[in-house]
Ligand binder design. Sequence first.
Ligand SMILES: CC(C)(COP(=O)(O)OP(=O)(O)OC[C@H]1O[C@@H](n2cnc3c(N)ncnc32)[C@H](O)[C@@H]1OP(=O)(O)O)[C@@H](O)C(=O)NCCC(=O)NCCS
Length: 150
Amino acid sequence: MQDITIVPLTKDRIREVTELDSQLFPLDNWSEACFPINEEQPLTYLALHTVSGKQKVIGYCTFVAIIEGELHRIGTAPGYQRKGVAQQLLNEMFIVGQKNGIEKWFLEVRASNRAAIRFYEKNGFKPVGRRKNYYKSETGREDALVMSKE
Ligand SMILES: CC(C)(COP(=O)(O)OP(=O)(O)OC[C@H]1O[C@@H](n2cnc3c(N)ncnc32)[C@H](O)[C@@H]1OP(=O)(O)O)[C@@H](O)C(=O)NCCC(=O)NCCS
């Protein structure tokens, strides 16, 4: 998708982000407090798309980039997936990481989340570990795959 703008999270968009987060992560959705706004060094970025003249949040990515980088959350609204939205958000994260001298990135992902694992593999992440029963699942607990990229 061409007409996407990537911007840092601002206060007025937090509700939209938590609503999308609940939709994408119904078993472990985050509250507003989990998306801190740091104007000097933004660590959450949004993908905005204009619909009927109004900008709408269609994706978000939140991470830390201090000494080592850790991707905490990335998501694209259903209906906008497979159009390169998450890719643009991840590219922004890598740009911030580069500015901060980050050489190694980590993330955790549900072992059953094939779409995300393919996305991360495409971006050079490799599995480096497993956390047993890390996530709540529909049927009990589920492992996390730990992935890393240098
Ligand atoms: C994983 C997720 C973030 C990908 O977002 P997206 O905007 O659809 O991803 P992109 O369009 O930027 O995909 C880039 C590449 O990643 C890979 N990829 C993305 N989704 C994929 C899927 N469902 N199956 C296989 N490969 C996939 C592809 O290589 C894709 O390139 P291509 O479309 O040219 O083949 C999205 O599926 C999502 O929001 N899932 C729900 C939330 C989630 O699980 N987040 C990750 C856990 S933190």
